[in-house]
Write a protein that binds this ligand. Structure first.
Ligand SMILES: Nc1ncnc2c1ncn2[C@@H]1O[C@H](COP(=O)(O)OP(=O)(O)OP(=O)(O)O)[C@@H](O)[C@H]1O
Length: 245
């Protein structure tokens, strides 16, 4: 897997390409469980790629491996042209902070802080300007502006998901990884969330990878990767009607 010098990776043919990806765990001595078996995975620019399949088929494990949040046992994962599976933890964390956004329920929200402080934290750490107008418009669309001063521990699961989405979008990553982004939402709010993700994915140099159980959300994806027992069963591609980047 080549290491590119283009930090945005936009000269790369794919935002994510994984080959021969295997993930095994050993919960007990002399017991090895294979969670992912020789997975080949490619995501496209300006597209939402959905990972679907039965419960326990390895969807979240694959998402975490692709995002560099879980080590792989063998194989390679390239993200934005960089081999994330070969990075050490500190380099991988720095790469994620610079390029990737995550919409996982309660993932990485700091529990002792308000919604507002959680949203501002990446900007404080990066010493960049907090884009207040843009943030307030997004929070209005997501229906969570009234929660700005609320401690995140007091939020419902669906509210936490929307805060995680807002934080990911405001931070302007190249790729967003989402695990069941509408899982805790009613239909109407779920539509708002998927519309935001689709608009993000539609921009040049961007992509969304998501796990979903929802047929409605899956129908909005440009590519659907079906997992079964840790293997790719089928890949359905719906052509993106836009020029690629
Ligand atoms: N660290 C681990 N040790 C042992 N088994 C694990 C570990 N992590 C995951 N598993 C098992 O691997 C399988 C795949 O888990 P994963 O969460 O990726 O599935 P999933 O397809 O996302 O499921 P769901 O749709 O129910 O969320 C499950 O059977 C799970 O119990």
């Amino acid at each position: 897997m080549k290491h590119t010098v283009d930090p945005s990776g936009q000269g790369e043919p794919f935002p994510i390409h994984a080959s021969g990806l295997c993930k095994q765990v050993s919960p007990r001595k002399a017991e090895i469980i294979t969670l992912l078996n020789n997975v080949e995975f490619t995501a496209s620019w300006r597209a939402m790629t959905g990972i679907v399949g039965p419960s326990g088929s390895g969807k979240s494990t694959l998402l975490y491996c692709l995002a560099g949040l879980e080590p792989v046992s063998s194989g390679q994962v390239g993200v934005l042209g960089q081999c994330i599976s070969a990075m050490g933890p500190a380099v991988s964390a720095r790469f994620r902070r610079a390029h990737l956004g995550f919409v996982f329920q309660s993932y990485n929200l700091v529990p002792s802080m308000s919604v507002e402080d959680n949203l501002k934290l990446p900007f404080i750490l990066r010493k960049t300007r907090w884009p207040e107008d843009q943030a307030f418009k997004l929070l209005d669309r997501l229906g969570i502006r009234g929660l700005l001063k609320t401690n995140v521990t007091l939020l419902s699961g669906g509210e936490q998901q929307r805060v995680a989405l807002a934080r990911a979008l405001i931070s302007e990553p190249d790729i967003i990884f989402a695990d069941e982004p509408t899982g805790a939402l009613d239909q109407e709010t779920g539509d708002v969330v998927v519309n935001e993700l689709a608009a993000f994915a539609d921009r040049p140099g961007h992509a969304v990878i998501m796990v979903t159980h929802s047929p409605e959300v899956a129908s909005r994806c440009n590519t659907l990767v079906h997992l079964c027992d840790g293997r790719i069963a089928t890949v359905d591609k719906v052509p993106v009607p836009k020029a690629s980047i």
